[in-house]
Design a protein around this ligand. Structure first.
Ligand code: OGA
Ligand code: MN
Length: 208
C-alpha cells in the first residue's frame, strides 16, 4: 500500500475513534467535519435537486404498519437514500459509512449488519418534537447518526438538536459536516424550530 493511502486511512480511523470515544464518554458522540467539505456540498446539491423535483415526502412517525403523519409532531420532508441510484456522491457517502461500520464492529463488537439513511429537509418553521428513535415493536435500530449539510449556520437560525440526558439537556447546532452519534433506544431528543431551511442526512445502524 502507498504511504499516502496509509496516512489517509489513519486520519479517517482517528476521526472515527474520536467520535466513538466521545460517545463512550458522554453517551453522545459529536464530531465536526465527519463529512468533508466537498462531499457535504455535493450531497446538499443532490438534496436540493431531489427537492426541486418533488421527490421528497412528508416524514411519518412509527414504522410501516402504523405510519402516522402529524405535522404538529414532525414537519420535515425525507428522501431515502439508495446505492442503486448510482449517484457518485451518495455512493461515496455509503463508502464512508461502510468504513465506519467496519471500524465500529471491529473496535466495539457492535454486530451491526445493516443501515438505512435518508435526506431530511426542514423548511423554515419546522421541528420534530421530543421522541425516541426506536419503535415499540422493533429494536433493529441500534445507533442513530445525523450528519448536517448547512453551510454558514448561525445561532439565530435555530434548528438545534436537543438531546435529553437524565439531569440535563445537550444542545447541538446543525453545523455543516458535523456528525452526531448515539444509541437509538436510550436518548430522547427533539429538533427545535428552525428559521432557515435545515438539511441533513439521518440514519440508523441496525442489528437483527
Ligand atoms: C430524526 C431526528 C435529528 C436532527 O430524524 O429522528 O431526530 O438533528 N433528527 O435532525
Ligand atoms: Mn430522532
Amino acid at each position: 500500500m502507498y504511504a499516502v493511502e496509509i496516512s489517509i486511512q489513519k486520519i479517517v480511523g482517528n476521526a472515527f475513534e474520536g467520535l466513538i470515544e466521545d460517545y463512550i464518554e458522554n453517551r453522545v458522540g459529536e464530531l465536526d467535519n465527519f463529512l468533508d467539505e466537498d462531499l457535504s456540498k455535493n450531497l446538499k446539491e443532490n438534496l436540493l435537486l431531489l427537492l426541486a423535483e418533488k421527490q421528497f415526502k412528508a416524514a411519518g412517525i412509527g414504522n410501516n404498519k402504523k405510519l402516522l403523519k402529524d405535522k404538529s409532531i414532525r414537519s420535515d420532508l425525507i428522501y431515502w437514500l439508495n446505492r442503486d441510484r448510482n449517484n457518485i456522491h451518495e455512493n461515496s457517502f455509503f463508502d464512508h459509512m461502510d468504513a465506519f461500520v467496519i471500524y465500529l464492529n471491529k473496535t466495539c463488537y457492535t454486530g451491526i449488519t445493516g443501515y438505512e439513511f435518508h435526506y431530511a429537509y426542514y423548511d423554515e418553521g419546522s421541528s420534530y418534537k421530543r421522541h425516541l428513535d426506536q419503535f415499540n415493536d422493533n429494536s433493529d435500530r441500534a445507533f442513530s447518526m445525523i450528519m448536517y449539510l448547512n453551510e454558514n449556520w448561525k445561532s439565530e437560525d435555530g434548528g438545534e438538536l436537543c438531546i435529553y440526558h437524565r439531569d440535563s439537556s445537550q444542545i447541538i447546532s446543525p453545523l455543516n459536516g458535523k456528525c452526531v452519534f448515539f444509541k437509538s433506544s436510550e436518548l430522547e431528543h427533539e429538533v427545535l424550530l428552525n428559521h432557515k431551511p435545515r438539511m441533513s442526512i439521518t440514519g440508523w445502524l441496525k442489528t437483527n
